[in-house]
Design a protein around this ligand. Structure first.
Ligand code: TPP
Length: 339
């Protein structure tokens, strides 16, 4: 299980799908850059959690799902790329970060803590690390009981995979052979704790032995390799083959959040990973394969910039929540969310 998979194979993806992946990679990066600008203008409420350097695995894994079949993504704070693939709107994400009154949670939750599995294709997350794995086991079990053929895709960090909830959820899902793919992100650090202090296992995929599920390790900055491995895992899950623990080896290029200057990370390490940037690498591979031209990338980047500008304008114009509504919509049944 220690072999790290890489790929220049397009795994049956058509040219428009390959370009679509590039669009989501660029959208994720540009939208986050815009959020940094808004954060520095004190317009973001709360923290800003970047996925710089990790966009590749997040987008590629989510691209392997079939949302028309009811598949569900469970993101964590660094998986904005995955929810964009599932259909999240940039304006909604900016409004969430600005806690606007017409954001999906109407100012009651922040950042990408929003989403409804049946409506959006992605689910709002609980902050408690590890707890989303039992939730996703529940969603995939419910899907099976309702005779839907849906697959769940859960993300968990190296730190999150040290929690009890992770082990319980993985064990239950594996025993039940649930259609669940768990992407376990080794991005080097959980806040300031290096992965070597999270686990004595050689790789995070080795944890699959304990659950009796499939486990694989893939180069998380190799977009096509992640897509290929995720697609295999999704197909296996849909065919009744149960859970896959898919480890992606990547790196968190920024601190835990914008307020963290990552002084605990060796600068040389950051430089080494900069050279492996997943977006630049993916575009290089597409050029080498003759699957795209520089003009394609320019067009995509112009489209992305325009969409992020339009979304920012919309979010900036949006009202803050009305103070008199602060106590509404907190419990089911008061009709607040039906309006
Ligand atoms: C049970 C629990 N303990 C602590 C925290 C505070 N916390 C939030 S994110 C984080 C680090 C998470 O690291 P990791 O799971 O590796 O994900 P990454 O931030 O690297 O993407 C911590 C300690 C929490 N949310 N839940």
């Amino acid at each position: 299980m220690t072999e790290v998979l890489t790929s220049t194979n397009t795994h049956g993806l058509e040219r428009d799908q390959l370009l679509s992946i590039d669009y989501y990679l660029r959208l994720t990066r540009t939208l986050e850059e815009r959020l940094v600008a808004l954060f520095r203008q004190a317009k973001v409420i709360g923290g800003l959690y970047r996925s710089l350097g990790q966009e590749g695995e997040s987008v590629a894994a989510a691209f392997a799902l079939d949302y028309k079949q009811g598949d569900v993504v469970q993101p964590l704070i660094r998986n904005m790329g995955a929810i964009l693939v599932a259909g999240a709107k940039p304006a909604d994400i900016i409004k969430q970060y600005m806690a606007k009154g017409d954001s999906p949670t109407r100012g009651r939750e922040l950042n990408i803590h929003f989403g409804h599995p049946a409506r959006d294709g992605f689910i709002g997350q609980i902050s408690q690390l590890g707890d989303m794995i039992p939730v996703m086991a529940g969603i995939t079990l419910a899907g099976r009981m309702q005779k839907k053929n849906l697959v769940g895709l859960a993300f968990i960090g190296d730190g999150g995979s040290s929690t009890g909830a992770f082990y319980e959820g993985m064990n239950f899902a594996s025993v039940q052979q649930l259609p669940l793919v768990v992407v376990i992100e080794d991005n080097g650090f959980a806040y300031s704790t290096p992965t070597s202090k999270q686990t004595a296992a050689k790789t995070l995929a080795d944890k699959a032995y304990a659950f009796g599920c499939a486990g694989e390790t893939v180069d998380g900055n190799d977009v096509l390799a992640v897509y290929g491995a995720a697609k295999r895992a999704v197909d296996r899950a849909r065919a009744g083959g149960g859970v896959t623990l898919l480890e992606v080896k990547t790196f968190r290029m920024k601190g835990h959040a914008e307020h963290d200057n990552q002084a605990y990370v060796e600068p040389e390490l950051i430089e080494q990973w900069k050279a492996k940037d997943p977006v630049a690498r993916y575009e290089r591979v597409l050029l080498e394969l003759g699957a795209a031209t520089q003009d394609d990338f320019t067009r995509i980047q112009e489209r992305v910039r325009h969409e992020v500008d339009v979304a920012t304008d919309e979010a900036e114009r949006s009202p803050m929540p009305k103070p008199e509504e602060a106590t509404r919509g907190l419990f089911a049944g008061d009709g607040y969310w039906d309006a």
